[in-house]
Design a protein around this ligand. Structure first.
Ligand code: ATP
Length: 306
């Protein structure tokens, strides 16, 4: 059995009365690619910041590579890479100066890995960081993180702003590094096709809690789509805890159900609704339906009457 690279118990973070992490118990095994998905504000970045010792939890515990996250020493920090969503870099430096600066802190620094990742971006090493485009800045940041050859690489929305080719290369770099250097990846993304392609494990966060921590297929298997003819009081189904979302399509309703055990079918029969089809969800549909359930929404959607 492989060891755990992350373990949290009862981990909670409250910001000025706002609960961002709600008693999170999370185990992540060493090795493999772990994708974290969740709505905006679900607590993904907060979780990363606690794990990296950048903020202190309100209560509970977090361990990273066997060490208390609030007491990480240099030897552990050298084994952990982090790329934040802003791709923050020292704007006043040139690219080659940033490389020289970073390299000295990482004994495992791999120049050829740096060059391979950065090779997908048209970056001149004499350029000032401030002159880089958003995608180029992301490219430099990712190349720096990969070149450190960390045991654990945490990436917060790494592909935001990358073009299609750069995105593809980034995914290939993840797979290459994972296989060749046994790096554990934890990255959050809103792009399900990416997650489908690279993730061995899927962590779904909702309102500061972990709702799934297992392989992506087992999550898709939990969601099914019941297609029924539209009936008069269908809106009442929206309140059912197993109903994630209902789409109206012409005279049909697509009812997305979590952990379907036949209860919704029985309910439909009692309402004289005709079930036309039952379909399995793919990963994108499953995540989309799941996150709709508790997603913030205005009292009246755009175009609806108050
Ligand atoms: N410094 C802060 N002060 C107050 N509230 C905060 C602070 N940082 C985050 N929050 C709140 O905590 C919650 C979780 O935020 P977090 O950034 O962790 O979410 P996220 O899942 O990373 O979201 P996104 O996908 O939009 O990046 C949000 O409701 C956010 O408004």
């Amino acid at each position: 059995m492989s060891s755990l690279c992350i373990q949290t118990r009862d981990l909670s973070k409250v910001y000025e009365g706002k609960l961002a992490l709600n008693r999170v118990d999370l185990d992540i095994r060493s090795g493999g690619v772990n994708a974290i998905v969740g709505s905006n504000g679900a607590g993904k970045s907060t979780l990363f910041k606690v794990l990296l010792g950048m903020i202190t939890p309100s209560f509970g515990e977090a361990t990273i590579l066997g060490c208390d996250a609030s007491k990480l020493d240099r030897s552990i920090r050298q084994k952990v890479g982090y790329v934040n969503e802003e791709h923050s870099l020292p704007d006043w430096m040139r690219v080659d100066q940033v490389i020289a600066f970073q390299r000295q802190f990482y004994p495992q620094w791999d120049e050829s890995l740096f060059a391979s990742v950065l090779g997908y971006f048209n970056v001149n090493s004499k350029q000032k960081i401030t002159s880089l485009s958003r995608g180029e800045r992301a490219g430099v940041n990712l190349a720096l993180a990969f070149a450190q050859k960390p045991d654990l690489l945490i990436l917060d929305e790494p592909t935001l702003g990358l073009d299609v080719i750069a995105k593809q290369s980034f995914l290939e770099a993840i797979l290459f590094t994972e296989v060749n250097y046994q790096t554990t990846f934890i990255y959050c993304s809103h792009q399900m096709e990416e997650v489908q392609r690279v993730a061995d494990n899927l962590i779904v966060m909702e309102q500061g809690q972990i709702q799934h921590n297992n392989d992506p297929d087992s999550f898709s298997d939990r969601v099914s789509n019941l297609i029924v003819e539209r009936f008069s009081n269908w809106q009442t189904l929206r309140e059912h805890p197993k109903v994630l979302k209902i789409n109206k399509l012409d005279d049909l309703l697509h009812i997305w159900v979590l952990d379907n055990d036949g209860e919704i079918e029985s309910l439909l029969a009692s309402l004289d609704a005709q079930l036309l089809n039952r379909q399995a969800a793919n990963l994108e549909q499953a995540v989309n339906a799941f996150l709709t359930r508790k997603h913030s929404a205005p009292k009246f959607a755009l175009g609806e009457q108050a």
